[in-house]
Design a protein. Structure first.
Length: 616
């Protein structure tokens, strides 16, 4: 199991509301100043306990309990009580912990939804607020407290931390990745201490796989050794009443993910036929599933790779029986993409050509929904690019531009979009291809020739490539030319670049860039809010980046630089929480370095800042 798949409903939804700066600002607005102050004081109490100031920690916990009396929303009370109870449990105050957990459980049982009325928002779910408490302490490196919170409400709240589904946008965030790895390491230790050895082993193997991707062989060996000491037990039979199709889908997906061979969207396309009346079922997938069970099967094993190709060839032949041409084209393109990953370029080209032919036929028939054609065409073009057939990819795109292939709008099957718009929509993957091979001049030239919406998407692909090769300055320069994105704003893109630079250790450059950017102007332009609201959002970007830089300096024992950066965080309302968190992070490192007096001094400053958040 890959580490990036070990996400969860417990961690996922609120985590993004904790890490992204705009979401942090919105979450604090949702919680209100009283809860924000109380949660921060609770976290600081844990910091006091961690440096041996237990009496001061217990005394400080009285303040959030007092603030709890002023909270009106039950879910706010639930989150705070969960947090305080977890801290009491961590400090060994069993009686007090049990009492506060009991209050929290009573609220959970009595509360069906948060807010004045039910809604689809994650914040309407009471369990989200338990997750919020868990993650507040995980972010503060208070993992023991976090797991006390999860287990305090029953085992059903600890299981989802390990079992979940992929969320690729979250994984791209360096702060998320760092936090998720830390949570998984602590969770494995937790399972080991509670004698759930097989669960610990699963996570250790996932961590070894993750560090292998990062090229950190020492950590790979460390976690493989830990896992090897535990004899795997037979997994519980959880298939229950699942149909053969459901079992085949799950097995195929898990197999491909374990092999780190196939893209999840390709796997999804391959298994989607199981939901239809098409002639691809468990029996047709059985040869692949049998291969997956062989431990020797890897992408580098020539014999097993050839067996996989033969099995896929048979599926491709069977796909000719699918009556709907566009659906058939979709499956053929998916298999072609797999061939591309296996370096079977000739086979991939053959199937991509067949897929394109089937797609053209589908656009003339009434057996398909026309809107599906756009996604299939992107898959075809991506397939050609993966095997370095850029000329053929461009040739397909030119067919669209010339009107030979007429695409429908994604949401309206019977409305054909203009050829220039359709052509532009296909170009971002081509731009990404040029950037991937280092031809940034061609990438930029092509990107800037596109219409506005697609131009910005293409520029983002270039930014992402610059970031991946560590050229953060060029990434930032390119990002500044973006005018607007459908799912991301320019300020957010710039924040992500600087976050990656911080993670890479380029701290001084990131600090200077953070200070030089007019975040208010970027937020106003990107979010299209009034300047007052955009100003608050812009401070969130600025202050969270400085917090990250201060934390990195502190972890490398560069305390003077850490304190100087912390001093640059604002003292107004948006800056109080990150400033206190920065002081807390530096204090933790002082304590680890044997300087408890300095640690206490900084924690005292953080407490005074926290106490000023709420007007009460």
């Amino acid at each position: 199991m890959r580490l990036r798949l070990i996400l969860s409903s417990l961690v996922l939804a609120p985590l993004l509301n904790l890490i992204h700066p705009i979401a942090i600002a919105l979450a604090q607005e949702e919680a209100g100043p009283a809860l924000t102050e109380a949660e921060l004081l609770t976290s600081l109490a844990g910091d006091y306990a961690n440096i041996g100031q237990k009496d001061q920690a217990i005394q400080l916990l009285k303040e959030p309990l007092s603030l709890n009396q002023s909270l009106v929303e039950p879910c706010h009370k639930l989150s705070l009580l969960a947090s305080v109870a977890g801290q009491y449990a961590f400090m060994g105050q069993k009686v007090k912990s049990s009492e506060v957990f009991s209050q929290a459980r009573n609220i959970l049982e009595a509360t069906k939804y948060c807010g004045p009325e039910p809604s689809s928002s994650a914040w309407s779910d009471p369990t989200t607020w338990i997750s919020l408490a868990f993650l507040n302490h995980a972010r503060a490196s208070q993992y023991d407290t976090a797991f006390q919170i999860a287990t305090g409400f029953g085992e059903q709240y600890i299981e989802p931390i390990q079992n979940g589904l992929e969320y690729r946008n979250a994984v791209k965030d360096p702060e998320w990745s760092k936090l998720n790895v830390a949570i998984q390491r602590k969770l494995a230790n937790f399972y080991f201490r509670t004698k759930e050895f097989n669960k610990a082993r699963t996570i250790w193997l996932a961590l070894a796989d993750y560090y292998k991707e990062q090229g950190k062989l020492e950590q790979v060996t460390q976690f493989q050794n830990l896992a090897s000491k535990i004899e795997p037990t037979k997994a519980d039979n959880s298939v229950g009443s699942q149909s053969p199709k459901e079992i085949a889908r799950r097995s195929l997906f898990e197999c491909f993910q374990k092999l780190r061979l196939l893209y999840p969207d390709v796997t999804w396309t391959l298994t989607r036929t199981l939901d239809t009346e098409d002639p691809i079922g468990p029996e047709e997938l059985k040869p692949i599933l049998d291969l997956c069970k062989e431990e020797r099967f890897t992408a580098k094993n020539t014999a097993s790779t050839q067996q996989l190709v033969q099995a896929l060839d048979q599926i491709a032949v069977t796909s000719q029986q699918i009556p709907a041409p566009i659906k058939r084209a979709d499956l053929l393109a998916a298999i072609a993409n797999i061939y591309g990953q296996l370096k079977k370029d000739t086979e991939a080209t053959k199937l991509l050509d067949q897929s394109l032919s089937s797609l053209k036929a589908g656009l003339k028939s009434k057996l398909d929904d026309r809107y599906e054609a756009s996604a299939v065409l992107v898959s075809i073009i991506s397939g050609y690019l993966d095997i370095q057939r850029v000329d053929q990819a461009l040739e397909v795109a030119q067919m669209v531009r010339a009107g030979e292939i007429k695409l429908a709008a994604p949401d309206f099957a019977n409305i054909v979009v203009g050829p220039k718009f359709a052509y532009d929509s296909l170009m971002p993957p081509v731009v990404a291809f040029y950037a991937e091979i280092g031809n940034f001049e061609s990438a930029l030239q092509l990107a800037n020739s596109l219409g506005r919406g697609h131009q910005d998407d293409a520029l983002l692909r270039i930014v992402q490539r610059y970031v991946s090769i560590g050229q953060h300055d060029k990434a930032l320069q390119t990002a500044q030319t973006i005018r607007g994105l459908e799912f991301q704003n320019k300020a957010e893109v710039m924040y992500d670049i600087l976050a990656e630079a911080i993670e890479a250790g380029n701290l001084e450059w990131a600090r200077q860039a953070t200070q030089s950017i007019n975040w208010k102007a970027q937020a106003t332009e990107s979010i299209m809010q009034d300047r007052e609201q955009a100003g608050a959002f812009s401070l969130a970007y600025h202050d969270r980046l400085l917090l990250m830089i201060a934390r990195e300096y502190a972890e490398s024992k560069q305390f003077t630089q850490a304190l100087n950066v912390t001093a640059q965080i604002g003292v107004d309302e948006p800056g109080k929480v990150p400033k206190a968190e920065a002081l807390s992070a530096i204090a933790r490192q002082y304590a680890k370095g044997g300087q408890p007096k300095e640690a206490v001094k900084l924690l005292n400053q953080a407490v005074e800042i926290a106490r000023s958040i709420s007007p009460n």
